[in-house]
Design a binder for this molecule. Structure first.
Ligand code: NAP
Length: 246
C-alpha cells in the first residue's frame, strides 16, 4: 500500500509513534524513526522493521527546537530526495491544576506539541509544493476537542493542532498535499500509564465501547490516511476513541 513512499514519524521511539513506524514500514514505506532521548528504544524499532524485511533508520532531533526540526527535514530530503508522509506524533504532557502549571511546563508542552508540528511542516513546505503531493498527519487528542480538568496546557496544545491542520490543509490542497489530524481517546501507552487508577477508571466509565484503545488502532488509521485510499480527505480530525467524543 505504501511501497516506494518515504515516511517521517516524529516521536517514534515509544508508544503510538513506535507502532505507526512499524505499521507504515509493514505496508512498504521507508521510515525515518525520530526520537529525542530514547536512542536505544528507537534503534529497537529500527531493528524490528529491518527484521521484518522493511527499511528504516533512527534520527535524533528534539521537535521542541526549530533548529532540530530544520535539520531533521533537510537531512531526510538530502538522503531520500522527498518525504511523502509526515507524521507529527511527538507529544508530551505536564498535567496539573491550572493554578499550579508553571511557565516552564506550559512552554515545554506548547514547544513540543505545537511548535514541533508547525516547524516540521514549515521546513517541509517548499518540498511539498515541488513534490505536488504528500500526506501530513498530526496527532491531536480527544482532550483538544472536549477539554479535560488538569490538562489545560495540553488541551490548548491539542486544540491548536486542529486549527493548524485545517489551515495547512487549505494552503496545500491545490498541490495535492492532504493534512489531517487524528484525535486518539484513551490509548494504552506510557503516557496514560502515568494516570492514577481513579483517573483511569473515570475515563473508562465514559467510553461507550467500555475499553481502552490500542496503539494499533491509531497506527492503522495513520496508514489509511497516508494511503491513496484517503486521497480526497483533507482538513479532517478523525477521532479514534471508542466513541468517547461524539
Ligand atoms: P509516549 O508513550 O509518552 O511517547 C512519546 C513519544 O514522543 C516518545 O517516542 C518520545 O521520544 C517522543 N518525544 C517526546 N518529546 C519529544 C521531542 N521533543 N522531540 C522528539 N520526540 C519527542 O506518548 P504516546 O502515548 O505514544 O503519545 C503519542 C502522541 O499521541 C502524543 O502526541 C500524544 O499527545 C498523543 N495522544 C496520546 C493519547 C494516549 O492515550 N496515549 C491520547 C491522545 C493523544 P523519546 O522517548 O525519545 O524522548
Amino acid at each position: 500500500m505504501l511501497s516506494g513512499k518515504v515516511a517521517l514519524v516524529t516521536g517514534a521511539s515509544r508508544g503510538i509513534g513506535r507502532e505507526i513506524a512499524i505499521t507504515l514500514a509493514g505496508y512498504g514505506a521507508n521510515v525515518i524513526v525520530n526520537y529525542n532521548g530514547s536512542a536505544q528504544a528507537a534503534q529497537e524499532v529500527v531493528d524490528t522493521i529491518l527484521a521484518n524485511g522493511g527499511q528504516a533508520k533512527a534520527v535524533q532531533a528534539s521537535v521542541a527546537k526549530d533548529e532540530d526540526c530544520k535539520r531533521l527535514i533537510e537531512d531526510a530530503l538530502a538522503s531520500y530526495g522527498k518525504i511523502d508522509i509526515l507524521v507529527n506524533n511527538a507529544g508530551i504532557t505536564k498535567d496539573n491544576l491550572m493554578m499550579k502549571i508553571t511557565e516552564e511546563d506550559y512552554d515545554a508542552v506548547m514547544d513540543t506539541n505545537v511548535k514541533g508540528t508547525f516547524m516540521t511542516i514549515k521546513h517541509m513546505y517548499r518540498a511539498f509544493l515541488k513534490q505536488r503531493g504528500g500526506r501530513i498527519i498530526n496527532m491531536s487528542s480527544v482532550t483538544g476537542l472536549s477539554g479535560n480538568a488538569g490538562q489545560t496546557n495540553y488541551a490548548a496544545s491539542k486544540a491548536a493542532i486542529v486549527g493548524l491542520t485545517k489551515s495547512v490543509a487549505k494552503e496545500l490542497a491545490a498541490r495535492n498535499v492532504t493534512c489531517n489530524a487524528i484525535a486518539p481517546g484513551f490509548i494504552a501507552t506510557e503516557m496514560t500509564e502515568k494516570m492514577s487508577d481513579a483517573a483511569k477508571e473515570a475515563v473508562l466509565s465514559q467510553i461507550p465501547m467500555k475499553k481502552v484503545g490500542s496503539v494499533k488502532d491509531i497506527a492503522e488509521t495513520v496508514a489509511f490516511l497516508a494511503s491513496d485510499k484517503a486521497a480526497y480527505i483533507t482538513g479532517q480530525v478523525i477521532s479514534v476513541d471508542g466513541g468517547l467524543h461524539m
